[in-house]
Ligand binder design. Structure first.
Ligand code: AMP
Length: 398
């Protein structure tokens, strides 16, 4: 079966076409500037990289352009659209309604719409992606895979904020958590690599990319995670502040004469390691700058890694141990120094990093703790698209 995985943003659409017999990617690409001047980059097995600049009025047109690229002789990998057996969509927010992936029907679309107030920037474009595919390929089954679903197993003590209870009941204010597809993939992969049933394991997964979150996975279930009601909570990120004293918001508004919109923008776009360093949101730039003696870039690295370490300690305490610590995403997979800084001091949890392996196995799926470390530290490159494709295949094959 061939499965098309779609991740639709407000003016973009990422896609990957999977051959599920081999679980390989036949083609992938990105449509950008939808509704504007339009740009497509398409990479396919057996062909040169293809790029074009042509206006795409809406997401349906982008889907049509993608189908065109997938089926044309000079860029394509399939003979025609009928070879696509199903479509899997990344959907950011499933609220409390979805604890697993589902086949899309009218009721599911209404439920995703109901979650729009919880993710006003993400769920609408995700829905637009679903509708665009329905328009172009009305007979192909579609599946929605939610970033929040994995974390629906969190106990109330982990997901409820200490606010008047009524806000949870009436406004659904609670911790939801995100990056669920990534935390799910790497935790299951860790169990496979260790050759142990996931039901027996306590795993802490660190998804560290431009957005970062940690999850405590006990017996295969998420029991806590660092992102909250929105992806703004938790450890500092590229440009997001992560958790701060909420009283700072009013203080900033008064002192700097800012509106709540402006403060929210600052917390989302101008804070995190970019805000601290004044250099960059990119951890490669931070390291370069810190190595050249920039104290604020060093501070950003220190603050980020300290917070990740504290969260790991908290989750180990919450689960009564940590059999495996997994690093994933752009920084987790590729940043030797960040992994070293996070791991320093975790020997008290039975987690001892092998400095040589940390360096030599950078970017690769492997165990990077020492041979005699009681618990394991691992790098596992994430693969959210494969999880979406596998969920889609499982649901349409039922
Ligand atoms: P992501 O959001 O998962 O794409 O991750 C983006 C982050 O990963 C940025 O902060 C990059 O600095 C970091 N990153 C990506 N590639 C590398 C690399 N080869 N070495 C170090 N950091 C990297």
């Amino acid at each position: 079966m061939r499965i098309l995985v779609i991740n639709a943003g407000s003016s973009s659409l990422k896609y990957q076409l999977f051959d599920m017999t081999k679980q390989t990617v036949m083609a992938k690409g990105l449509c950008e500037r939808i509704g504007l001047d339009g740009h497509i980059k398409h990479v396919a097995e057996g062909h040169d990289v293809y790029e074009s600049y042509a206006p795409m009025e809406n997401h349906a047109e982008a889907v049509r352009a993608v189908i065109g690229l997938l089926t044309k002789p000079d860029t394509g990998v399939i003979a025609d659209m009928s070879e696509i057996g199903a479509i899997g969509h990344r959907v950011v927010h499933g609220g409390e309604m979805f604890n697993a992936s589902v086949l899309v029907d009218g009721e599911v679309i209404r439920a995703i719409e109901e979650c729009v107030p919880l993710a006003p920037l993400h769920n609408p474009p995700n829905l637009v992606g679903i509708r665009a595919c329905t328009e172009v390929m009305p007979d192909v089954p579609q599946v929605a895979v939610f970033d929040t679903a994995l974390h629906q197993t969190m106990p109330q003590k982990a997901f409820l904020y200490a606010l008047p209870y009524d806000y949870y009941e009436r406004l659904k204010i609670r911790r939801y958590g995100f990056h669920g597809t990534s935390h799910r993939y790497v935790s299951r992969r860790a169990a496979e690599m260790l050759g142990r049933p996931i039901e027996d394991l306590k795993i802490i997964t660190c998804h560290m990319g431009n957005g970062s979150s940690l999850a405590a996975i006990k017996g295969g279930q998420s029991v806590d995670t660092s992102m909250g009601f929105t992806p703004l909570e938790g450890v500092p990120m590229g440009t997001r502040s992560g958790s701060i004293d909420p009283a700072i918001i009013q203080y900033l508004m008064v002192k700097e004469n800012l509106t709540i919109i402006q403060v929210t923008e600052i917390l989302n776009k101008k804070s995190g390691v970019l805000g601290i360093s004044g250099v960059s949101s990119d951890f490669r730039d931070l390291l370069e700058s810190a190595t050249e003696g920039n104290n604020r870039a060093q501070a950003a690295l220190d603050i980020f890694t300290y917070d990740v370490k504290k969260t790991i300690g908290g989750y180990a305490a919450a689960m009564g141990g940590c059999d495996a610590l997994v690093f994933t995403a752009g920084i987790g997979e590729n940043h030797v120094v960040v992994r070293r800084m996070v791991s320093e001091g975790l020997e008290c949890l039975g987690l001892t990093l092998d400095q040589d392996k940390n360096q030599s196995m950078n970017g690769k799926e492997c165990v990077i703790s020492t041979g005699n470390s009681p618990n394991k530290i691992m790098i596992i490159p994430t693969n959210e698209e494969l999880v979406i494709a596998l969920d889609t295949q499982a649901l349409v094959s039922r």
